[in-house]
Design a protein around this ligand. Structure first.
Ligand code: ZN
Length: 288
């Protein structure tokens, strides 16, 4: 009979969940997060001791593998955390706070907190510029507008935010929510100068790179692709991203938008086309 992925022991049992996370974060045995001790540490195995508790005999402090990770300072059992991590990594358009709340039978506040902690872990933070010598980088921007249905006043659509995305053809994507700096500054900051840039014919992309390094397709003339000059990779990404924002998340506060772009970037950067399946997506690459 078919067996659900969520039947795995580490999704069902607290001890197994700790063993699963410990095996990945401590491949060479427990490490004290307080002082870095590796040798003189022991697992506390009393009858009433909570799962995964260790003690460091160098600094005499207790610790678990949750310390210093996104699982820290949370009362939610670790095996439930792992379930949510899996659901978020495997749901192509995301999973809403309400859905997590109903599935886990927890409060909405807990569900919201879980979602955002996991998004934080999906965000690589600062990283090297996208592309490089001999690499093709597609760049395009998309505007996020308030839904017709939730707008209080009739009138023209007001953009809530503009998102610039850069993707290396066959490689990684990075999305940036634009602030007062604008598109050109964000592009300059995130694009490797030796890349070959392909965009649409928007004015904002002109003269960013020396002639010959930038090519554009003219959508106004119904030109979508000219040889390898196209931005279809990004059109595909934006399509999934917009469906996620409209269909799953529905109400995203602008202040939190960068975390949502990080979530969609993460799934795209660990996509099936790069040989990563749903289970591998939630496992740290160094231990996969
Ligand atoms: Zn210690």
């Amino acid at each position: 009979m078919a067996k659900s992925v969520l039947n795995a022991e580490h999704f069902q049992n607290e001890e197994a969940a700790f063993a699963y996370v410990e095996a990945r974060l401590w491949p060479n045995g427990a490490v004290c997060p307080h002082c870095g001790e590796t040798g003189r540490v022991g697992r506390l195995a009393g009858k009433t001791t909570r799962a995964g508790l260790h003690k460091c005999y160098a600094c005499r402090k207790p610790f678990t593998v949750r310390m210093g990770t996104i699982f820290e300072s949370s009362h939610l059992p670790l095996h439930l955390w792992l379930q949510v991590v899996h659901l978020m990594c495997a749901s192509k358009k995301g999973i809403s706070t309400r859905q997590i709340q109903r599935m886990l039978n927890c409060s909405m506040k807990t569900a919201w907190f879980l979602g955002h902690r996991i998004r934080l872990a999906m965000d690589p933070g600062s990283a090297d510029p996208v592309g490089g010598s001999g690499k093709i980088v597609e760049a395009d921007d998309t505007v996020w507008v308030t839904s017709q249905k939730t707008r209080r006043k009739a009138g023209p659509k007001k953009p809530k935010a503009t998102i610039l995305s850069l993707v290396e053809r066959g490689g990684a994507i990075r999305s940036i929510v634009l602030d007062h700096r604008g598109l050109r500054a964000a592009l300059r900051e995130n694009l490797h100068k030796e890349s070959r840039l392909v965009t649409d014919s928007a004015q904002a992309f002109k003269n960013m790179l020396p002639a010959g390094q930038h090519e554009a397709v003219d959508h106004s003339k119904y030109e979508w692709a000219r040889g390898d000059v196209h931005i279809q990779t990004l059109e595909g990404f934006f399509s999934v991203f917009k469906r996620g924002l409209i269909g799953v998340y529905q109400h995203v506060d602008k202040a939190h938008l960068p975390r949502y772009t990080a979530e969609f970037d993460f799934r795209f950067n660990h996509r099936a086309k790069l040989g990563i399946d749903d289970t591998q997506r939630r496992t740290p690459p160094s231990t996969a």
